[in-house]
Design a protein around this ligand. Structure first.
Ligand SMILES: [Zn+2]
Ligand SMILES: [Zn+2]
Length: 158
């Protein structure tokens, strides 16, 4: 089976819901999948609002599209310890896990084959058919752990 592009996959999902891939939704999907990063709804609203073509996408449309993209399995939410949530690609991007800083909210991505192997082994033991896994490790990042005189200014943090 060929890999569908995010737009194609989203269009298929919308069809099953009896909904259309509108121009605004296409703009949103293109923007979201232009590069891999963690973003929140407000970031995305700001990005599609200053689309150079001059087209505007409303806040309500962005929120609705994000929910649909999540339901379609294209995006997933990652919760931060402060209660805020960010989105990231859940389609066409390799399996990875996160270290999440409780202080600055930084999300550090990592992959580790030994962890994947352990998860596979556990699934086998339970006769469980795995479709993916997510591991979130909470703590304090290296920057926040540094002594105050060597700590980066807040502006330097992403
Ligand atoms: Zn931190
Ligand atoms: Zn990630």
């Amino acid at each position: 089976m060929g890999e569908l592009t995010p737009i194609e996959k989203f269009r298929e999902f919308l069809l099953t819901k009896g909904e259309r891939l509108t121009r605004e939704r296409s703009i949103i999907v293109e923007e979201v999948f232009a590069k891999h990063e963690h973003f929140d709804a407000e970031d995305l609203i700001a990005r599609v609002a200053r689309d150079k073509t001059g087209r505007r996408v409303s806040r309500a449309t962005v929120y609705r599209a994000l929910k649909l993209l999540e339901d379609a399995g294209l995006l997933r939410k990652v919760a931060r310890p402060n209660g805020s949530e960010v989105y990231e690609h859940d389609y066409g991007y390799p399996q990875h896990d996160h270290l999440i800083c409780a202080k600055c909210g930084a999300l550090i991505e990592f992959t580790n084959e030994a962890i994947s192997a352990i998860v596979d082994k556990i699934c086998n033991e339970h006769g469980f058919n795995k479709s993916g896994h997510r591991l979130e490790v909470y703590g304090i990042c290296a920057k926040c752990n540094a002594p105050p005189n060597r700590r980066h200014r807040k502006l330097d943090l992403v």
